[in-house]
Design a protein around this ligand. Sequence first.
Ligand SMILES: *Cc1c(COP(=O)(O)O)cnc(C)c1O
Length: 376
Amino acid sequence: MKPKIYLSSPHMGDTEQAYVKEAFDSNWVAPLGANVTNFEVALENYLGNNTYVAALSSGTAALHLALILVGVQWGDEVLCQSMTFSASANPIVYQGATPIFVDSEKDTWNICPSALESAIKDRISKGKKPKAIIAVHLYGMPFNVEALRLISNKYEIPIIEDSAEALGSTYKGQKCGTFGDISVLSFNGNKIITTSGGGALVSKSEAIKQKAVFLATQARDEAPHYQHSEIGYNYRLSNICAGIGRGQMEVLDQRVISRRKNHHFYKQVFSNFEGITVFEEPSTDYYSNHWLSCILIDSNAAKFTPEQLREALENENIESRPLWKPMHLQPVFKDALYYGGVISETLFQDGLCLPSGSNLTHEDLERINSVIQKLA
Ligand SMILES: *Cc1c(COP(=O)(O)O)cnc(C)c1O
């Protein structure tokens, strides 16, 4: 059996181990230390726009703290893009709040501005004004930032920007991760850069960053003894993991180039296939890191279904995956309210994510290509 080709696997640069070694040498094997601080600074410099970054143990933890920091409490309602990974929605439930799911738009596959506005109007008419909007840049594709910002301002509902998949993407030249009232990054093992596990909360205010760090380190009041006036969490990033993150920041630009090259490769592979669309930016306002390259298959026009392609790849030890199953179709959220039509559902039926790692070799791409050509 040939070696497995993964959907998206970690890709280390040259300096990660040296930063991890620094942590060992200085004995800062803890959730604080120079790597944590320097990783935060590297992220702040990269994102620009006067951002303040708190490095955390996961993107999920960052989303949880973001909800707390915008004031979501037990019994509140939170709007959330349905077409996403479950980690976007789960923290709503951690807070004892209720997720209300919203359909996608065709262009970006992200939260549909008109379905979102209908949802807001309807919830307000029922006396339940939503407390926050969780919008996601799925697969690295920016959501329609301008339309979302207008809605957020009009109804005075903050946006939590889930940029877990979109570090390196931009909208109108501005980096994803800087558009939310609070924004969230992930450095999980499958993301464009990784700390093995980790995340970050991004805000425009130093006070919010400090509050995030306070909550992430067990909400300890200033006192010689352990004293607490609030419920805290253990959500800080370890100094070991942050060392990996420092090294990864040095190669982030290269990783974006490689992922975008994969996208280009799939464009060429499928250029003479009927019924296959490679997902791409709807206009030059959008610049995707193409974290994952995805296709839609029109099974009437194409010679194969998404499942047939997935199985053909799997037989050659190549991983692919259907698009994320919308949250309103998940058993765990079967009772949740949903606004919109069948766009996210149709995307789920027709789509497939293809191997997209920045470490795919020429030989890997040839193996993938030959499976696809055999189905032609
Ligand atoms: C990965 C991911 C998360 C969660 O990040 P973790 O670091 O794995 O907790 C949240 N939202 C989306 C869209 C993701 O892809």
